[in-house]
Write a protein that binds this ligand. Structure first.
Ligand SMILES: C[S@@+](CC[C@H](N)C(=O)[O-])C[C@H]1O[C@@H](n2cnc3c(N)ncnc32)[C@H](O)[C@@H]1O
Ligand code: SF4
Length: 447
């Protein structure tokens, strides 16, 4: 593909894990309004998803964009667990429908969930699951850092029905690892991959990043070859989000070490080509899965969904986030917990639901959310009316000319060539962004 296209469309764009995107949330619910929204969503029992955030990491990877709290003090485990359980109990009290609705997905994210001891991790999951109606086809998943994971973590979660695991890998190259303060030998990643499989985890994911300091075309080929030796069922291949204004540790990179523009894009192209040649299916954006993995099956059945956790294989009306900074959503509201750990702790201890911010979706937001979801998961969307068709065609006239999208009678369709530019095209449906362009940089670049 022409390098010029990558130059042309390498602009700051949202990742569209929500609509409106977080910087455009402008109508926060009060805690009472949030609880009302949840009660509305749980009026009739329907499957739902739970996300639980463990913020702790023992050391900081300098590229990291996640919400973390760096500590080696494991005495913090139990108080945090009790805090999250308090938050959970507040929800049970105020939203009785939670107990009736089948829990479909339970995801541990972070930070590093395996910062907790295996016993503490299992205790936390069990305390929650025993209060709930766990669906028969329940999926439990966890993000693990192979440097901080042992077989007991995997075993104890497997014992209570967890079946998916996502390994933070990023890159296998020792020099890249040194530069980002994350030394993780290949054998360590192999060991956790093998153990997960032996224990019966049915889906093993690797998180990889392109755009890290000193990565080159040959180092990325090596990363792909090593990945292929272990054949993860899924791969998330993220573009390094460079946001030093939010994450100052990223200023520790030497600017000249960071692959940029067409060089960075080439790294993606090489990896993508490698994975497709090996038989991986490209899912939406940045994700790949082996054809028999449930994410590929869901893609084939047009059941793919996208939320704050990225691409997931099925849609639920409610995603409830527990823990510091966790984000939740219902059909008509987004909600985020306090991001500062001491404030989260204080509020939860006082029996509060620790609302930081959120957004009450207007009916127009809800309609646009559906459109953006359709476009991000299926690569096409039906226009609302002739006015929208005209507006979108005008906004995307360059992408139309470059054959990255097509406009039919009633639809916007992403072409095969346009796949790497999915987020760019999505902006044409983002009414809030079109109405008010950001004055400063708030999104990472698309490539
Ligand atoms: C919470 S971490 C994964 C679990 C665990 N903490 C670990 O690192 O192994 C989530 C993932 O986000 C991705 N990530 C973090 N910072 C990023 C950034 N600045 N740009 C792109 N991806 C990033 C990494 O691939 C990372 O594995
Ligand atoms: S990448 Fe994972 S381990 Fe590293 S700082 Fe971020 S959350 Fe922690």
């Amino acid at each position: 593909m022409s390098d010029q296209l990558f130059y042309k469309y390498d602009v700051p764009v949202p990742r569209y894990t929500s609509y409106p995107t977080v910087p455009y949330w402008n109508d926060s619910p009060t805690t009472e309004e949030w609880v009302t929204s949840l009660n509305r969503a749980f009026q009739k029992p329907s499957p739902w998803s739970l996300y639980l955030h463990i913020p702790f990491c023992e050391s900081l990877c300098t590229y990291c964009g996640c919400n973390t709290s760096i500590t080696r003090n494991h005495k913090r485990e139990e108080p945090y667990i009790e805090m999250v359980l308090n938050e959970f109990r507040s929800y049970l009290k105020q939203v009785p429908g939670i107990r009736q609705s089948p829990l479909q997905q339970f995801h541990f994210g972070g930070g590093t969930p395996t910062f907790l001891s295996p016993e503490n991790l299992q205790y936390l999951a069990k305390q929650i699951m025993q209060e709930l109606n766990v669906a028969e086809n329940f999926h439990g998943s966890i993000e693990v850092d192979p440097r901080k994971t042992n077989k007991d973590h995997l075993q104890l979660l497997r014992d209570i029905g967890f079946s998916r695991v996502s390994l933070g890998v990023q890159d296998f190259d020792p020099e890249v690892q040194r530069l980002v303060n994350r030394v993780q030998p290949f054998d360590m990643t192999k060991k956790i991959t093998d153990q997960s499989r032996e224990l019966g985890y049915t889906s093993v994911n690797f998180d990889l990043i392109y755009g890290l300091p000193t990565q080159t075309e040959s180092s990325i080929m090596d990363m792909m070859e090593k990945t292929w030796l272990l054949k993860p069922d899924r791969i998330a291949l993220y573009s390094l989000a460079v946001v030093p204004w939010i994450k100052p540790a990223q200023r520790l990179f030497k600017d000249e070490d960071l692959p940029k523009g067409k060089d960075k894009r080439r790294l993606y192209e090489i990896s993508r080509r490698f994975l497709i040649d090996k038989g991986y299916v490209e899912i939406g954006m940045d994700h790949f899965a082996l054809p028999d993995d449930s994410l590929s099956v869901s893609d084939r059945n047009s059941e793919l969904h996208r939320n704050f956790m990225g691409y997931v294989e099925e849609r639920t009306q409610v995603l409830l986030g527990l823990g510091v900074s966790a984000i939740s959503e219902t059909p008509d509201c987004f909600h985020q917990n306090e991001k500062a750990l001491p404030v989260y702790e204080r509020r939860v201890t006082a029996g509060e639901i620790p609302t930081l911010r959120g957004h009450k979706l207007t009916s127009q937001d809800q309609a646009r959310r559906e459109q953006i979801l359709n476009f991000m998961t299926r690569g096409e969307v039906v226009f609302e009316d002739a006015g929208q068709k005209q507006q979108v065609s005008e906004f995307l006239k360059e992408m139309l000319a470059d054959e990255l999208v097509e406009v039919t009678d009633d639809k916007l369709v992403l072409t095969k060539k346009g796949k790497p530019f999915l987020r760019n095209a999505c902006m044409a449906l983002d009414e809030r962004l079109l109405a008010k362009k950001p004055e400063s940089e708030i999104f990472s670049k698309s490539m």
